[in-house]
Design a protein around this ligand. Structure first.
Ligand SMILES: [Ca+2]
Ligand SMILES: [Ca+2]
Length: 670
């Protein structure tokens, strides 16, 4: 159940304050009505989104092997440093472990930990200081002489130059190179040293991973820095710090977790740990494998004009980003490459020639320069048989940082080609950065065109697009391409959710999305599924409802994100599935399988992770709104670019290859 004080938006917080004000005065009838209304609003907020349970574990955490280090009721599992008991300076009340008296002293876990991930929330007092130490031994007078400390303090009124989340005198936030690259590209000046902490009185989350492969610290879902304990760089930094005077500092490979009493009031809750294996990996949170595997679908296929080399003789891969059909009963497959060529071939395993159907490479910005740009979306009009219309989503070569949704028309006398001069631009979408371009397009059962967009790019949603309905960025749009309105080559469907909301763009169907990759329509139910690529910690799968807020960038999946004063406009809807970055790092959304060849996969949602290369299937129980099973599908382990469907609803996926042999289908393991 949701603990409303963890909701990062102001949606619940002002209500909470008005509740406190009400309590302070004697209540008359109108006050009681207001209070009742408040409780009802709160209850409706509770029922719409589960959020992270207070001192409990989410489904993903339970599956992933996380355990609670604090039960919310007792100090079990904790004791004072070098003592057997817990002194009276710490108390547990209202699900919070709080330092209440002077002389409380530092506390440690009763258990020792070697390789692990730890997550906790702290609330620091004004000007206050505390800390989180790890690999603490009890050979020294104080824990900080052995265990490195993640600093906790009030960054506004605190006096220590070491800010909250920094590894004391050793590491501080480093902007990732990829973020700098995207910023430099468009001359954007972002923050150099992150401070993702929230003000005094609010809860902040610290994430700490200690592993031989890589250690990491993050605050409120924003990754701060990486390090490796005991490596040359580590030793160099320790030698230059005050800890150089302590021979045992940072030496133990295993030790206690310690919470520091620095003399200031501080509170902790949601303290969780996941132990990691010796190589730093975690168990895969799936319910076993399905007896299915990916196999090359068209082993003899050659792509017209594609040689696997560029004009300079350098290797050039082919990246099919869209794979679909025309719905015209011809049983043909259409593949759109990121470079801007759309191919057609017959849907038989013997297919040998993919012919150029439409070549718009001259119009499309080359993904070699900007990896997330190019021809990203392809969809055929529901009445293609009558009108010959197909729609594409591409990055303009002519206008940098502009995505274009265009209509093209198939030739009237040759069904194997479309006319490149038939382009009618439906929509131009300015993109602030070259990343997070979204690019999925699909027709819904309502005949409307859905367009999945990203937040505009950069890191941490720097322009605050996710929760801003005044911009298309961070949204899924829904437009009527069969009608024109207000000088546009499309109309706004009358039942779009935000047409009456002041300042909101009427094209928006749902929002709070970071970078939808991808959006598909369940051909049986019409449900819209959108996989949203996360930033530092969580990947997610959403079923998209009209008017829904999917949380970014006040949330990443079910978790509060960052500290920007962006308020959630509508209560965020939690994903139907989420997995963390120890499992995979970039989701490639697929389809709900509705084919006939594999009845055992009927109704499962299939997706992949681009970095881990794994393919997964989710069994979704629509009546209860939850996933009941998560299973694996055997694959090559190579990055999956995209999924596709043929006319019969059979499922395919694509890989980047130099051979052109990158279209796979799912089949039964024999
Ligand atoms: Ca400290
Ligand atoms: Ca989300």
């Amino acid at each position: 159940m949701m603990n409303f004080s963890t909701v990062p938006g102001a949606l619940s917080r002002p209500l909470y304050f008005s509740f406190l004000q009400l309590k302070a005065r004697p209540m008359n009838l109108s006050h009681r009505i207001v209070l009742l209304a408040f409780i009802l609003v709160l209850k409706s907020a509770i029922s719409c989104c589960a959020d992270v349970p207070l001192n409990g574990l989410t489904e993903a955490e339970k599956r992933g092997g996380w355990k609670l280090l604090f039960d919310g009721k007792t100090t079990d599992g904790w004791r004072n440093y070098r003592k057997e008991e817990m002194g009276g300076g710490w108390a547990v009340a209202d699900g919070v472990l709080e330092r209440v008296n002077d002389g409380a002293g530092d506390i440690v876990t009763t258990e020792q930990f070697e390789n692990f991930e730890l997550s906790l929330e702290y609330r620091i007092s004004k000007g206050g200081n505390s800390g989180l130490m790890f690999h603490v031994t009890e050979n020294e007078p104080t824990p900080w002489m052995s265990g490195p400390e993640v600093q906790i303090q009030d960054n506004v009124d605190g006096h220590d130059p070491q800010k909250a989340g920094w590894l004391y005198q050793l590491y501080k936030p480093v902007k990732p190179a990829w973020a700098t690259k995207f910023e430099n590209q468009v001359g954007f000046k972002g923050i150099d040293v992150d401070d993702a902490t929230r003000p005094v009185g609010q809860w902040n989350q610290i994430y700490l991973r200690i592993s031989p492969r890589q250690c990491e610290v993050a605050v409120n879902g924003v990754s701060y820095y990486y390090f490796r304990k005991g490596e040359k760089e580590w030793d160099k930094r320790v030698a230059a710090s005050k800890f150089a005077a302590f021979a045992n500092f940072g030496k133990a490979k295993k030790g206690y977790i310690c919470l520091q009493d620095h003399g200031n009031p501080v509170a902790f809750r949601n303290i969780k740990i996941r132990t990691l294996s010796d190589d730093g990996t975690v168990a895969d949170p799936i319910d076993g494998q399905l007896p299915l595997r990916g196999t090359l679908a068209f082993p003899d296929l050659k792509w017209e004009g594609f040689e696997g080399v560029d004009e300079n003789g350098k290797t050039r891969n082919i990246r099919p980003m869209s794979l679909t059909h025309a719905g015209d009963g011809s049983n043909r497959m259409f593949a759109g490459t990121q470079r801007g060529a759309i191919y057609v071939f017959s849907n038989t395993p013997e297919a040998s020639q993919a012919k150029l159907f439409l070549d718009i490479r001259e119009k499309v910005n080359d993904w070699k320069n900007d990896n997330e740009e190019g021809l990203l979306g392809l969809a055929f009009h529901p009445h293609y048989t009558q009108n010959g219309y197909l729609y594409v989503y591409y990055s303009s070569a002519e206008e940098p940082r502009v995505s274009i949704v265009s209509r093209f028309q198939a030739s009237g006398n040759n069904p194997s080609i479309a006319d490149p001069d038939s382009e009618q631009i439906v929509m131009k979408i300015p993109q602030p950065f070259s990343n997070h371009n979204g690019g999925s397009i699909a027709f819904g059962h309502d005949g409307c065109l859905y367009i999945g967009l990203g937040d505009g790019g950069g890191r941490n949603d720097p322009l605050g697009h996710g929760q801003n309905l005044k911009t298309w960025m961070g949204s899924i749009l829904r437009i009527d391409v069969d009608n024109k309105q207000d000088g546009n080559n499309y109309a706004i469907p009358a039942d779009n959710p935000f047409t009456d909301r002041e300042g909101a763009r009427p094209e928006i169907f749902a929002y709070g999305l970071r970078n939808v990759w991808r959006l598909t329509v369940d051909r049986k139910t019409g449900d819209i599924w959108a996989a949203d690529v996360g930033q530092d910690f969580w990947e997610e799968v959403n079923i998209v409802r009209s008017g829904g807020n999917y949380g970014w960038s006040v949330r990443e999946a079910s978790y509060p994100f960052n500290n920007k004063p962006v308020e959630a406009i509508d209560a965020p809807i939690e994903p139907v599935w989420e997995y963390d970055h120890q499992i995979g790092k970039s989701i490639t959304g697929g389809f709900v399988y509705r084919g006939t060849r594999l009845p055992e996969l009927q109704g499962w949602y299939v997706y992949a992770d681009f970095i881990s290369g794994s393919i997964r299937a989710l069994k979704y129980d629509a009546a209860n709104g939850r996933v009941t099973q998560s299973r694996g599908i055997a694959s090559t382990g190579l990055p999956v670019l995209a999924f596709g469907e043929d006319e019969a609803g059979e499922l395919y996926y694509t890989l980047e290859t130099v051979s052109g042999k990158g279209v796979y289908r799912i089949e039964r393991v024999r």
